[in-house]
Design a protein around this ligand. Structure first.
Ligand code: HEM
Length: 766
């Protein structure tokens, strides 16, 4: 599944692929337009060719004798399998060998034709393979075989069997469904007219229909579903079994029994379908004429269960403490995009595949935040678009994000002038560290120092790290960030419907109020002392911008408060937690700590602080920070996205108001992108010359991906660099003797994943 998805399954890039065979088919059929025509043979050839392109990277001419022979062999093999139903009359278990011989001999000759062709193809692939580029399924499989231990089930026999299965299951099925479709069209000309009318209106007559049109062609999509329902091309699905006796709902299911889904019965069950015997595509449309979303009860044309679009009907399948682990397990079964249905509430969509995420999160319709507690609270102050940056949508989000990015850049984001700013707080933090050999927990001091940096940029003030205002602010922000994680309980109980109550229960309202009291006071002071000619900080710039706005603008005081709150909450806990992860990894992997210190000693020496200007020379230390971000997974599921109305992505329906998560942990451990993903190894971010890898790094998403990617990444990377390198240059960090290292599976998760609480020993370097 993973490999086929890489080669385009479900991606609109498949469009041209399929269209090539469609056009070849039309060219052949056009010779007989206007005359009675049996499309069976040609249709099968076209569909077989599409499968073959993905599997063997070859495309046959539709008259190519190889394709014709292959088709013939598959056809005969499939037909003879049907005949084996006669064997069921014989008590198979009593004479297994005889029955097996009878069954196999009936289609063996044809299978050997296919195998001969496939073996030849695999041989050619082996001879022409390029290690760095997989052309098709066969190449990918051969490559995967190289990584396996002896006795693995990823072997050449299974490669051949897989290809045979893909051909058999992927060509006849689709072609037959299309034939049913054409038959239904001639039986119901008024339905044909209606589908054509939609095509004329939506696509027009000057271009081909494209996969991208799916989201707009509701009736045509519904027509295809109705063809699947009424055509029942796999009427009893493919039998399942169980290897040992099992019970289900109190019934004994004996080992080795054949378990069959009667999909015909389900497709005609009046419990699910009104007038089930009528051919009527509109049953798949909702009141607005849009395609029905989510799981459709009673509709099982592709079977049911673990296949493709995961529908996990119970929140109990997903760990509340470490949901990404549960999602990863499911992703290995169901693929890079899946839906997890948390009973009674909106669905969660989980994207675990980096390439899919890249396309998905760059689409405009998936920019919004879902209606969770923070959003609903911010809606109270900002109307239906919410307020601020992190929990807003639409124009409010767009304009406030744009303004914030521009203004923070003016105040030094990405400039080395920020060096002294950050160093002032680092030095204040270092002054607080106990280096007397006693075990210390640096959590709260780190949080204070990092929040102070954000506050300097936003409010042009710097607190002493013991200042009670700062302490109160950090407490409120920590509560705010951590409360978010608890809404998984809400999902379970569909409590989204009572957001105000839960905001109160989880302490979100109280934290917001505490922060706002402080912010309102600060904004008031800024207004009194504002100098038109000089903006001291973010608040001044915002107030100045407000003056240039028309009434009703989204640049207003409510959004100013929300933006600052969001910069606080998104910009402090995240960075401070990443540094805590970093220090933990240093004590766990002391040889890596030494290597980083060696580089610092060589490049910077011991007589001065590390400066932002040193970044370009400290390749290993920069790589160490990236590895901390990858391995620590500070924001494991990013922040949830949503869509305000039903949307489609690569053929999947993404229902309005669902929560969409990116499983960053899964991507950070995906062996497609990372060698030995479970090993902590900064050098994976270095190139052959020991230089930091440049450009976008596939599979690396600590700051999210797409249009809503973290706007604070540049500042965060500067903070992480100055903190980690200066700390490493001055101190050595070690674990507390006699105390076991913390268990990395006992993390705490809000939006941010906190490492388990731990103490370490800080020793000054000579
Ligand atoms: C190591 C530190 C950080 C990490 C790992 C991190 C990670 C993230 C992630 C994963 C998102 C969600 C992106 C999405 O919705 O797709 C995000 C959003 C955000 N981050 Fe960061 N972040 C960090 C530091 C910062 C800093 C320093 C600031 C600013 C001072 C900041 C401000 C924001 C804001 C305002 C958003 C919301 C963006 C929006 O909704 O458009 N972050 N961050």
């Amino acid at each position: 599944m993973r490999t086929l998805r890489d080669f385009g399954f479900g991606k609109t890039s498949m469009n041209d692929f399929i269209m090539e065979d469609f056009n070849a088919l039309v060219a052949k059929l056009s010779q007989r337009f206007g005359q009675p025509l049996d499309v069976n043979f040609r249709l099968n050839l076209a569909i077989l060719n599409i499968v073959w392109r993905m599997v063997g990277n070859e495309s046959f001419d539709h008259d190519d004798p190889v394709l014709l022979k292959l088709f013939d062999s598959f056809q005969t093999s499939l037909d003879s399998r049907g005949k084996t139903s006669v064997f069921k009359l014989i008590p198979m278990r009593l004479f297994p060998k005889a029955v097996r011989w009878l069954m196999i001999s009936s289609f063996l000759p044809f299978r050997s034709n296919i195998d001969q062709f496939l073996k030849e193809t695999v041989k050619n692939h082996k001879a022409t393979r390029d290690e760095n580029f997989n052309r098709d399924f066969i190449d990918s499989y051969l490559q995967e075989m190289q990584t396996q231990s002896p006795g693995s089930v990823i072997n050449e026999t299974n490669l051949l069997a897989n290809i045979r299965n893909l051909f058999a299951a992927g060509s006849e099925t689709t072609a037959t469904t299309l034939r049913w479709g054409l038959l239904f069209l001639i039986m119901h000309p008024q339905i044909q007219d209606r589908a054509q009318q939609e095509l004329d209106e939506v696509v027009g007559k000057d271009r081909d229909v494209h996969l991208d049109d799916r989201g707009s062609l509701h009736y045509n999509e519904a027509l295809i579903m109705e063809i699947l329902r009424c055509g029942n091309i796999a009427p009893l699905s493919v039998p399942h079994s169980c290897t040992e006796d099992a019970t289900f709902n109190g019934y004994l299911i004996p080992a080795d029994s054949a378990i069959v889904i009667n999909s015909v019965h389900m497709h005609r069950d009046s419990k699910y379908w009104k007038d089930p015997l009528k051919f009527d595509p509109s049953r798949f449309l909702d009141g607005k004429g849009h395609l029905r979303t989510g799981r459709i009860p009673g509709f099982v044309p592709f079977g049911i269960g673990p296949w493709g679009w995961a529908i996990v009907g119970s929140a109990f399948s997903v760990s509340v403490r470490r949901p990404w682990d549960s999602y990863s397990k499911l992703a290995r079964k169901f693929g890079g995009i899946m839906s997890v249905s948390m009973s009674m509430s909106a669905e969660d969509i989980i994207i675990s595949d980096y390439d899919l995420a890249l396309e998905f999160f760059n689409r405009e319709e998936f920019v919004p935040r879902p209606p969770l507690v923070p959003f609903l609270l911010s809606q109270k102050e900002g109307g239906h678009e919410g307020s601020g940056i992190a929990w807003s949508n639409g124009k409010t989000w767009q304009e406030n994000r744009r303004f914030t990015l521009r203004t923070l850049r003016d105040f030094g984001f990405g400039k080395t002038s920020l060096n002294d700013f950050i160093m002032a707080d680092l030095n204040a933090f270092v002054a607080k560290i106990d280096t007397g050999g006693q075990p210390v927990d640096l959590k709260s001091q780190l949080n204070l120092a990092i929040l102070n940096i954000v506050w300097r940029m936003v409010g042009n003030e710097s607190f002493d790290l013991d200042n009670p205002v700062l302490l109160k602010l950090v407490g409120a922000i920590t509560k705010l960030v951590n409360a978010r994680g608890k809404d998984s309980i809400m999902k379970l109980l569909a409590l989204r419907r009572f957001p105000q109550f839960f905001a109160w229960w989880f302490g979100v309202s109280k934290s917001v109020m505490e922060i706002d009291v402080f912010l309102k006071e600060t904004v008031k002071k800024h207004k009194l002392t504002l100098d038109e000619n000089y903006n001291r900080d973010f608040i001044d710039s915002y107030l100045q911008e407000m003056k240039t706005q028309e009434p009703g603008s989204v640049i207003n005081e409510g959004n100013l408060l929300a933006c600052v709150r969001h910069l606080f909450s998104a910009g402090s806990e995240t960075t401070a937690t990443t540094i805590r992860w970093g220090l933990l990894f240093l004590i766990m992997f002391s040889e890596i700590q030494e290597k980083a210190q060696d580089e610092l000693d060589q490049i910077v020496g011991k007589d001065r602080d590390v400066h932002l200007d040193d970044r370009k020379n400290l390749h290993y230390n920069e790589a160490l920070i990236l590895e901390i971000l990858r391995y620590g997974n500070t924001v494991p599921l990013s922040m949830s996205h949503s869509c305000s109305q039903d949307a489609t992505f690569q053929g999947y329906l993404i229902p309005a108001d669902c929560s969409i998560f990116i499983n960053a942990v899964h991507m950070h451990r995906d062996s497609k992108y990372w060698k030995d993903p479970l090993k902590f190894d900064p050098s994976r971010f270095l190139d052959g010359e020991g230089h930091l890898r440049s450009g976008r790094i596939p599979g690396f998403v600590p700051f999210g991906i797409g249009k809503r990617q973290c706007p604070g990444e540049i500042l965060a990377r500067m903070e992480l660099f100055l903190f980690m390198t200066n700390l490493l240059s001055r101190f050595t960090f070690s674990s507390v003797p006699g105390k076991p290292l913390p268990d990395l599976n006992t993390t705490f998760y809000g939006v941010v994943q906190q490492p388990p609480n731990y103490k370490l020993i800080v020793t000054e370097r000579k």
